[in-house]
Design a protein around this ligand. Sequence first.
Ligand code: ADP
Length: 431
Amino acid sequence: MKASLAKEVNRIIMLMLASLAAAVLAGHLWPLVAGPVLYIIWSTRQLFALYAWLVREEHTEPPDSVGLWGEFYTRLEHLFQQERRAQENLQGIIGRAQQSVNALEDVVVLIDRHGYLEYWNPAAGRHLGFRQEQDLGQPLTNLIRHPRFAEYLAKGDFHEPLELPSPVDDNRILQLRVTEFGLGDQLILARDVTRLHHLEEMRKDFVANVSHELKTPLTVLKGYLETLLATVPEEQGRLRRALTQMDAQSQRMEALVQDLLLLSRLENTEADQSREQAVSVHGMLKRMRESALALAPEKQQRIDLDLEQDADTRLIANPAELESAFGNLITNAVKYTPAGGHLRIRWWRDDQGAHFSVNDNGVGIDPKHIPRLTERFYRPDNSRVTHTGGTGLGLAIVKHVMIRHNGKLEIKSEIGRGSTFTCHFPVERIA
Ligand code: ADP
């Protein structure tokens, strides 16, 4: 460019010199004016040609020119070519991305920050019934009308996916995930989980049915064992020992069946609001403290009850479920705290909601086990099972009760130092 600029300057100087020479030879001034005027006319024509070329759709074949103007055209054409190539590349990438999204079996939906439909792939047509022309720009909640979906969107907590029946076929179950991006836009992914859902239902039904079927034979066995224990004379020590053990194990089995039945009821049924009432947690905890003291009197544990002095915060809850959850946590604290230990049961409210906690200075739990503790039958230390006599289902029951009460279970523990299990209830649950 610098060389062309120098050439152009040279050309102007030559023109001026030629005009000067012509003026001297002719003895007139007009050649001195004519040279620059000709140059201006030529430059103006170049300018018009450039404009005409720029306003054309395609910027190929630039006008012929020389000098700085020629260089100008060549560079501009080069820039246009680069831009065209970049655009073609980008279009290729967008095209391929769109093709792959279109080929997906899973639903992809884009909605803008006001909740209006912007884009969806063909799978959305199949699973959600979206129609290309009519539904573009419609509010998404007009098209997926399930109340749970509107609630899920309004809540804005998308950590857990949502399962819903498909709007086009009630027998198909879709799992939806929402991801937020940009300035409040949302990407919704949905997939058909009907098969998984059926398998899960089958598992739940199986557990519920087996537990139910075990109840009667167990009652009969227990009945006979009790009768036998009452009739076998003291002298038959070996037989009595065997019967006592059988009785203890049948009681464990009964507890297991009861817990399994309770758990499957908690899992399989929607929370029944007609069974909910304003529960006086104070009264409930006072009774539970007495039962906890009676649970292992030989351990001589201290159990403190720390309640709010001024107010008895009542909780809107299913009293039986609440008692079962709190009872499991208190029983565990008694079980996993050695003799002479100290337990503290607390109930309080603050601006986050209401909270129940049980703290003990017992054996504690290695933090690596905490995330899995609420899984059924998960036990950090299997050797303890035999002498604590638990079912391994207590914390799973607590977790489900908390889910049904829109609450959360928090576990903090340190091995050898003790544990704190806290149930957090939202403000809406306070009566
Ligand atoms: P389990 O019938 O075995 O007590 P849970 O579901 O109630 O079943 O508890 C699961 C496991 O969590 C227990 O086996 C125990 O290892 C651990 N755990 C529960 N509560 C406590 C506690 N307060 N202190 C120490 N470990 C506990």
